[in-house]
Design a binder for this molecule. Structure first.
Ligand code: SAM
Length: 253
């Protein structure tokens, strides 16, 4: 196998434990249309490409792209930055996403997944453990935040397993975790995604403040903010509270 010099700025930590690679691909439910983000040297690609109909790989590192092009003649490999590509245009039909994510852009990738939520059936991601916990966190926990709420409104999340640093070359300084998201049945929540996102972001802008204080900049009428829910902090709200809140605020505008 050709060796490439790993590039820290691209978050390159190549998975070298084959058992872990197999476990990740077994977790992945994608069938027909599959997007892999940052395939690197293809450690996951080789497991997911068996009997699958359409796979697209997006990789920013030309060295990796050249390497993969030699091995996978029938797979579409895009040399590009995942953050600059419109995901919903990649496939005509719905698709699933797999990635051992570059940790420096993981939050941005989750926001991209949310933008294309109606075309994504499933994703399996390896992320930094702390990010995995955050995405899967439930109301009432310290790790519950903006991405926990937005992702879980649209995807049923499962924290699958942890991966130790020694499974990578070079080893990252943190433990990693594999998480899985399956698109749920929520489609129309009554308000647009961008409106929901703005309310969730506003609510969490100062975690220690009550909702009444966090949402002060929205100038909501007093008879509305006197409701009990406004005495809670954002981290105490469940998913349906955020949906309810967004709908009520929209009606007031
Ligand atoms: N999938 C491989 C594995 O498990 O060994 C590589 C994982 S490595 C953590 C992350 C990969 O994402 C690298 O190959 C890196 O070059 C690529 N990458 C980093 N930033 C990217 C971006 N913005 N768009 C696409 N690929 C990116």
């Amino acid at each position: 196998m050709i060796k490439i010099q790993t590039k820290k700025k691209l978050g390159q930590h190549f998975l070298i434990n084959e058992t872990t690679a197999k476990l990740i691909s077994n977790t992945f439910n994608g069938r027909n249309n599959i997007l892999e983000i940052g395939p690197g040297m293809g450690v996951l690609t080789k497991y997911i490409h068996k009997n699958r109909s359409k796979i697209i790989l997006i990789e920013i590192d030309l060295e990796c792209v050249n390497y993969l092009n030699k091995i996978y003649k029938n797979i579409k490999i895009i040399h590009g930055d995942i953050l600059k590509i419109k995901l919903e245009n990649l496939f005509k039909e719905n698709f699933s996403v797999i990635s051992n994510l570059p940790y420096n852009i993981s939050s941005q990738v989750f926001f991209k997944i949310l933008e294309s939520r109606d075309k994504i059936d499933h994703f399996t991601f390896m992320v930094q453990k702390e990010v995995g916990e955050r995405i899967c966190s439930k109301s009432g926990k310290k790790s519950y935040g903006i991405l926990s709420v937005l992702i879980q409104i649209y995807f049923d999340m499962e924290y699958v397993f942890d991966v130790k640093p020694e499974d990578f070359n070079p080893p990252p300084r943190v433990i990693s975790s594999v998480i899985k998201g399956v698109r749920n049945k929520r489609s129309d929540i009554g308000v647009s995604y961008s409106f929901l996102k703005s309310i969730v972001k506003n609510s969490f802008q100062n975690r220690r403040k009550t909702l009444r204080n966090s949402l002060k900049n929205l100038n909501l009428p007093q008879d509305f903010t006197s409701k009990k829910i406004f005495s809670k902090r954002a981290e105490q709200l469940v998913l349906n509270d955020f949906i309810w809140l967004s709908n009520e605020i929209k009606l007031l505008q």
